[in-house]
Design a protein around this ligand. Structure first.
Ligand code: NDP
Length: 368
């Protein structure tokens, strides 16, 4: 049972690049944000700092010409958010009620009421759960096993080497195609004889001479050595049950992502996979005052820098909302904290009582 109550203007959930960037902006705007992140839990795949905490070299985050370790980058983010007065709370949120403002979050020890909420809970890559896949030292995760080709593909250890991509969807096709820039060869291991990927992505992969498809096959185990990292995969044909070892230096798991949105199911609009739907011109969800940024609303780019970019947008949107200014909504209308709706064509304002007034000063003056 929560024993303490906190009243906040801005609460951010999640401490990856999106959440911490939102915190930096909101804190610098004097909004004294509270950032809540989940305690580290290997089984639930949560780690304060998000997915970069399980990444080694980050070579594509602008500003770090020599690259930086994922955890070191997140420490910098966190220190910057702290410097401007972000408060941190590390607790599981058990319930979130966004049916009216203030929104209410409950943890073991706190009931938190907030005027705006920024959701930056990210998405978790799905894993096969096979031997050798876990993070170092239990397996080769971070030492040859990855769920992000854009992040890790260009690393020196993968150059001119045979690599494996597991999956048959658009992500697998995209990752395999990307990896052919560096790899000697890319094997796509798929459990069926048909791809799930869209036709255009399939065609691009089929036409790429460096990609070879291994059909009706599952990866049973990732093989390797402590120093060298991944050296191969043990495969099993699901039809013939035949097993064999395929030599490779890296394994990219591309079997989908799961956005962390369970808390908001039935309360916020989501797509069929569970990603939060935000407006095109802002980070607003369908509930005024609730914003979403980073991978929890992005199943396309999924980069630290794009997450940070949308984190900045979410903080500016929350600030705008608290300043009584209109914020663009997913439906194309704009909404203020008072509940006024500006129509998508910008011609009219619908007042909270349902009255419609023109959005032109001269016409509105005439009406008065
Ligand atoms: P998908 O769910 O579309 O595909 C997942 C793939 O992984 C499927 O082929 C599935 O096999 C396979 N798979 C799932 N679980 C396992 C398992 N345990 N063992 C072996 N194989 C498994 O996920 P994606 O990440 O590819 O795509 C998600 C969404 O994002 C899609 O809507 C996609 O279109 C979109 N996307 C779009 C892109 C673009 O347009 N540029 C790029 C990337 C993603 P099976 O087919 O047998 O179920």
């Amino acid at each position: 049972m929560p024993t303490q109550t906190l009243d906040k203007e801005v609460v951010i959930i999640g401490s990856g690049p999106a959440g911490l960037t939102a915190a930096i902006y909101a804190a610098r705007a004097n909004l004294k944000p509270l950032l809540i992140d989940a305690p580290a839990d290997a089984e639930k795949q949560t780690a304060p700092g998000g997915q970069l905490m399980i990444t080694t070299d980050v070579e594509n985050y602008p500003g770090f010409a020599k690259g930086i370790d994922g955890p070191a980058l997140m420490e910098e983010f966190r220190a910057q958010a702290e410097r401007f007065g972000t408060e941190f709370l590390e607790e599981w949120i058990h319930t979130a009620d966004v049916s009216e403002r203030p929104f209410i979050l409950k943890t073991d020890n706190y009931e938190i009421n907030t005027q705006t909420l920024i959701i930056a809970t990210g998405a978790s890559a799905m894993w096969l759960g096979i031997p050798g896949e876990a993070k170092v030292p239990d397996g080769f995760g971070g030492n040859g096993v990855s769920a992000c080709a854009t992040c890790d593909g260009p690393l020196p250890g993968f150059r001119n080497q045979p690599l494996v991509v597991v999956g048959g969807g658009d992500t697998a096709m995209e990752e395999a195609t990307f990896l052919t820039r560096y790899a000697a060869k890319v094997y796509v291991i798929h459990r069926r004889d048909k791809l799930r990927a869209s036709k255009i992505m399939q065609d691009k992969a089929f036409q790429n001479p460096k990609i070879e498809f291994v059909w009706n096959t599952e990866v049973e185990e990732i093989l390797g050595e402590t120093q060298a990292g991944v050296t191969g995969v043990r495969l099993r044909n699901v039809q013939t049950h035949e097993e064999r070892v395929l030599a490779c230096s890296g394994v990219f798991i591309a079997i989908g992502h799961k956005p962390n949105t369970a808390l908001f199911k039935g309360q916020l609009d989501m797509d069929e996979i569970g990603y939060l739907v935000t407006a095109h011109r802002s980070t607003a969800t369908n509930v005024p005052g609730v914003f979403a940024c980073g991978d929890v609303q992005d199943n396309c780019y999924r980069q630290a820098v794009t997450a940070a970019g949308t984190g900045c947008m979410a903080a500016l949107d929350a600030e705008r909302f608290l300043d009584h200014l209109p914020v663009a909504m997913p439906g194309g209308d704009e909404v203020t904290i008072e509940g006024e709706h500006i129509t998508p064509d910008h011609q009219a304002i619908i007042e909270p009582d349902g009255r419609m007034v023109p959005n032109h000063p001269e016409m509105a003056a005439r009406e008065d």
